[in-house]
Design a protein around this ligand. Structure first.
Ligand code: TTP
Ligand code: MG
Length: 357
């Protein structure tokens, strides 16, 4: 059997919720902080920064316990709508490289960049570029794993965390997998890991000693998958989020645009990019169109209108409306569209949020 050779990137933000809070309030940097529910309401920790992790403060730990471990811990409330807004902007960066983006949570996603043309198709360079762009736009660090499949890409993104990336090439898999602890295998939770321990199986190398029959006997239908995983084989495809709510393109300029004519030139370029980006969505109906303008004082405004057809002059008009609100030099211009059928999509998002909290 010939396996498809894919290039998968797994991106995982570092200390995501805590990092957003530290970014927005410099006083929180360098001291132990955590985001989560309060002790008196029997809350739990969602995440903590590295200073707090030194004390053993971890995700899913009761806040009361975290405060015992680290009494000086600064606890911040969960501002999920803020993290979600950041997550959606980061996702837009991914979509500039591929449509095959599978978000796992607000801070994590798989990308299949097998067919991506940028950087001569080098997944390593694409991962680096994505991380650089996340940092430039959001002042947040991300880690990435690059590998021929989802399983190994996810393992790899933890390898050089924080703010690093690790690449597993096809010819490195056989060696890499031998030393990997079995609890890194997808689907091996606490119960299965314990059972493996009792059987003296700790590493993928140990698991490789068992035949398919023996694996099936011990682990049922999961046995077949384990046989693949412990050899670094994973055929799961990246499953793109079925519904896109919007598509947008934007550009931050090296030097500010000082008048509306300059803006109009850039709008024409961005419009062409937007048309390209919209090609895979030809079956979708556009509900409204918008232009976002960020000025040199960082004020940001969006002008939008209801229109289904894509026309350059509509975006020029929107740009003018937005520009005239401040009339300052322009740092960034963004163009985009929202698709119809949002009710359905908001529901999906809420379900995903519920899973994340
Ligand atoms: P993670 O990626 O697991 O953690 P993290 O990004 O905070 O830290 P790391 O640098 O190790 O990747 O989870 C992402 C976000 O999801 C996290 O910032 C908060 C939230 N979360 C919870 O709310 N509860 C949880 O139990 C976990 C694990 C995460
Ligand atoms: Mg993370």
């Amino acid at each position: 059997m010939v396996l498809p050779m894919r290039k998968i990137i797994h991106i995982d933000m570092d200390c995501f919720y805590a990092a957003v809070e530290m970014r927005d309030n410099p006083a929180l940097r360098g001291i132990p902080i955590a985001v989560g529910g309060t002790r008196d309401r029997r809350g739990v920790i969602c995440t903590s920064n590295y200073e707090a992790r030194k004390y053993g403060v971890r995700s899913a730990m009761p806040t009361a316990h975290a405060l015992q471990l680290c009494p000086q811990l600064t606890l911040l409330p969960v501002n999920i709508s803020k993290y979600k807004a950041v997550a959606l902007q980061i996702r837009e960066i991914f979509y500039a490289y591929t449509e095959k983006v599978e978000p796992l949570s607000l801070d994590e996603a798989y990308l299949d960049v097998t067919d991506c043309q940028q950087y001569q198709g080098s997944a390593t360079q694409i991962a680096q570029a994505i991380r650089d762009q996340i940092f430039a736009q959001q002042q947040l660090t991300a880690s990435a794993g690059v590998a021929p499949n989802k399983f190994l890409a996810k393992v790899a993104s933890d390898w050089n965390k924080p703010n690093g990336q690790y690449v597993i090439k096809p010819q490195q898999i056989a060696d890499f997998i031998l030393q990997l602890p079995v609890n890194k295998i997808p689907g091996v939770g606490k119960v299965t890991a314990k059972k493996m321990q009792e059987l003296g199986i700790h590493l993928c190398a140990d698991l490789q000693q068992l035949s398919i029959e023996q694996l099936a006997e011990q682990f049922g239908v999961f046995g077949q998958k384990l046989h693949d995983y412990c050899r670094g084989i994973d055929q799961r495809e990246v499953e793109p989020q079925r519904e896109r709510k919007s598509v947008s393109v934007e550009e931050t300029f090296p030097t500010d645009l000082t008048n509306l004519t300059h803006c109009a030139d850039r709008i024409a370029d961005l419009f062409n990019q937007l048309v390209q980006r919209l090609k895979p969505y030809s079956e979708k109906i556009i509900k409204n169109q918008f232009v976002k303008v960020k000025f040199n004082n960082f004020a940001q405004t969006t002008a939008e209108c209801i229109a289904a057809d894509l026309k350059l002059n509509v975006f020029q008009q929107l740009c003018q409306t937005a520009y005239l609100r401040y009339q300052l030099p322009v740092r960034l211009l963004g163009l985009g569209v929202h698709f119809r059928d949002e009710d359905n999509e908001i529901k999906v998002d809420n379900e995903q949020l519920a899973l994340n909290i």
